[in-house]
Design a protein around this ligand. Structure first.
Ligand SMILES: [Zn+2]
Ligand SMILES: [Zn+2]
Length: 110
């Protein structure tokens, strides 16, 4: 597999990121958090290893909302832009914080 790089950003582009390589998996998540967040029945999510994600946040706009009521019983850290309120990704603590669930709707191309 050739390593592809995807670029994305939040709505106000304060936070930009690169995704290197292919995600471990892509799935539609129907959980309550995702449907609320997406404003629809589900959200398309891609699971990446933390090492595959390069984040640029020069103005320190990243903020964290910790979800403690999860199906797995492990906390989820939802990272969002404190300027535009756009959700960037979720870090489930049941993988030791090494996996990132990225919202594919933020990716600019593809
Ligand atoms: Zn933003
Ligand atoms: Zn979900």
């Amino acid at each position: 597999m050739a390593s592809e790089t995807f670029h994305g950003s939040c709505l106000c582009t304060s936070i930009t990121f690169d995704l290197t390589g292919l995600p471990e998996k892509v799935f539609a998540c129907y959980c309550k958090d995702c449907s609320k967040n997406a404003g629809g029945a589900y959200q398309i999510c891609a699971k990446y290893d933390r090492s595959q994600v390069t984040i640029r946040d020069p103005d320190n706009k990243q903020a964290t909302w910790i979800i403690t009521k999860t199906l797995s019983g492990h906390d989820k850290h939802k990272i969002f832009c404190s300027q535009c309120g756009c959700t960037m990704w979720t870090i489930p603590m049941n993988h030791g914080g090494e996996k990132m669930i990225v919202r594919t709707s933020l990716v600019d191309e593809g």
